[in-house]
Design a protein around this ligand. Structure first.
Ligand SMILES: [Ca+2]
Ligand SMILES: [Ca+2]
Length: 177
């Protein structure tokens, strides 16, 4: 090998060592690399145990179309609300509420979560229906529905989702832990 070639190899080797040294001098950063977490940070180097997740505590439904929902039951024609929440276009239901009888179109109705399940970073679905409480006089009717990403739109305590037809507001309250 001639001298020039040796010098070039030497220079290249020195450059590689210097650049790797420089890289190693940057301090490693630690944080949460789980995309389902409220404190996800894709810029950190290493996962630590700081991840905090969203756990649902309460659901709230407000507003629906003010009309006679149970036409054949004139004494109780107000809607009887049932809320469902889940994944996969509601093919997987994670929560279904008790029935709120004869609901007022402008009042807010809260439902405590029976299980505080984790809200993951994906599209969640909800819908609101008018329950069929009286046989023959009432039918089960879809009223409104929508979708949301709880992690993407999280504000620290709840997510608000308007129904796709704009009539109904749905809120999910959660704890971060
Ligand atoms: Ca009714
Ligand atoms: Ca009904």
């Amino acid at each position: 090998m001639n001298t020039w070639l040796k010098l070039i190899y030497l220079a290249a080797a020195v450059a590689i060592v210097l650049s790797s040294c420089k890289k190693d001098e940057e301090p490693d950063t630690f944080g949460c690399l789980d995309v389902n977490a409220a404190n996800y940070d894709g810029s950190v180097d290493w996962q630590d145990n700081s991840c905090k997740f969203l756990y649902v505590t309460e659901f709230e439904i407000t507003y629906h179309e003010d009309k006679s929902w149970d036409d054949l039951n004139p004494l109780f024609s107000e809607a009887d609300l049932v809320v469902r929440v889940g994944l996969d276009n509601l093919n997987t239901v994670k929560y279904a509420s008790n029935t709120q009888l004869d609901a007022d179109p402008d009042s807010a109705y809260g439902f405590t979560a029976t299980e505080q399940f984790q809200l993951t970073n994906e599209t969640w679905y909800w819908d609101l229906s008018n329950d069929d409480m009286v046989p023959l006089l009432e039918t089960y009717d879809f009223m409104a529905g929508g979708s949301f990403n709880p992690v993407f739109s999280n504000n620290g305590s709840y997510v608000t989702s308007m129904s796709s037809d704009g009539t109904t507001q749905f809120k999910i309250y959660y704890d971060i832990r």
